[in-house]
Write a protein that binds this ligand. Structure first.
Ligand code: ADP
Ligand code: GN1
Ligand code: MG
Length: 353
């Protein structure tokens, strides 16, 4: 079927192979090689997670077109290969959605940092993405997943799940519920600042993991960020915060031994330095709120895991009973750890000025 799909795209010559590729969790990715030896990435877009594929592809096309005008290196931005009809994606006869990108050659895509510098370079990559898009009209992009980081709305859904308590689990997780509720007011900080015009609406990536950055094989410096599916209007602090939540944590998201889970302050410093060096265009309020971004993205994620636990694990895939509760606990442990390191986090941000 993939060979049929490929016929609809303007490749340089006939495709001779098409094999599953990479370690992504969302889309189905293939490496395509043509007769000339040229390589492409073919992806079947996950339209059960992404309900509005035309909207999503419109975002990717607009953002990459904008970046293409300001970046000269061909590997510096993802390049969509058009269909023979001149479209950015194909809806195949069975209803599935497909797109093709030029393969980013001579690159590395790491699953985990091999050194602190790899983490630093991922910060540079996402900081650069933010900086390059600082004048892009973010409000013209569609909200691929509505209210994705609207922490206030996430609390509303959490409280609904708590009231419904469909699995009868609430009584056994009182400590976690109390932890979340004690921070409800603070959880609205960023959303409120956005509403009051104190933080600018930006283009955000929303999946700032290391394996969404392509590094130059020779220099190990960033070439571009990939996986633009969740690119939408948001706050710069969402991208910064989620990177810290995931990348500066010392244990896995579902670690049971909470003593192992803290925020590594050195990694916080490494990421902050990389992000700010690449993104000098942040406003003073944005810079001031970087620690808050880290804390609230972590709190929000913990609340989402707790909500899913209370609702019977319907959103996040689980591999064992109670995994979402374990995930919630690591996130709340990280939040508590950030609270204990708050002054240091603030100092690090100040020292980067
Ligand atoms: P998912 O949403 O499933 O994570 P990605 O768009 O991140 O999908 O792609 C999965 C993997 O495929 C990436 O981690 C990367 O290794 C590889 N990949 C994606 N796009 C390209 C590209 N244009 N050039 C080279 N490799 C790519
Ligand atoms: C999901 O798909 P993945 O694992 O990259 C989730 C993120 C959460 C993350 C927590 C679309 O990301 O928001 O932070 O799990 N993505 C979506 O592990 O809900
Ligand atoms: Mg990915």
């Amino acid at each position: 079927m993939t060979m049929q799909v490929l016929k609809a795209f303007c490749l340089d010559s006939k495709p001779i192979s098409c094999e599953r590729y990479g370690c992504g969790h969302i889309n189905v990715t293939y490496l395509v090689v043509t007769e000339s030896g040229r390589r492409y990435i073919l992806q079947k877009i996950n339209n059960s997670i992404f309900k509005d594929v035309p909207g999503l592809m419109g975002n990717i096309a607009a953002v990459t077109k904008y970046l293409r005008k300001i970046i000269s290196d061909p590997r510096g931005v993802l390049t969509l290969v058009p269909t023979t009809d001149g479209a950015d994606y194909l809806q195949y006869e069975d209803g599935s959605f497909w797109r093709v990108y030029d393969f980013v050659e001579q690159s590395l895509c790491l699953q985990a940092p091999e050194s602190a510098d790899d983490f630093y370079q991922s910060a540079v990559a996402f900081g650069t993405f933010q900086q390059q898009l600082k004048d892009f009209p973010a409000e013209t992009l569609c909200e691929v997943i509505p209210n994705f980081h609207n922490t206030v709305d996430r609390y509303r859904i959490f409280k609904e799940a708590l009231a419904a308590d469909v699995c009868g689990r609430a009584a056994s997780v009182k400590a976690e519920i109390d932890f979340a509720l004690a921070r409800e007011q603070e959880a609205g900080t960023l959303v409120n600042m956005l509403a009051e015009g104190k933080l600018p609406l930006r283009v955000t990536h929303n999946d700032t993991k290391l394996n969404n950055v392509m590094l130059d094989e020779a220099t190990r410096k960033p070439l571009c960020v990939i996986d633009l599916d969740t690119t939408m209007p948001g706050l710069s602090l969402y991208d910064f915060g989620d990177s810290i939540r995931f990348g500066a944590a010392t244990a896995a998201e579902d670690e049971k031994d909470l003593d192992k889970m803290v925020m590594d302050i050195n990694l916080f410093e490494t990421y902050t330095k990389g992000f700010l060096s690449a993104c000098p265009g942040l406003t003073e309020n944005e810079r001031d709120m970087l620690p808050m971004g880290a804390k609230l993205m972590t709190l929000e994620c913990g609340v989402r895991f707790l909500t899913d636990y209370l609702s019977g694990d319907t959103y996040f895939r689980t591999h064992y009973e109670g995994q979402n509760l374990d995930r919630c606990r690591t996130q709340f442990k990280l939040v508590a750890d950030m609270e204990s390191k708050w002054d240091e986090m603030k100092r690090i941000v100040k020292e980067c000025e």
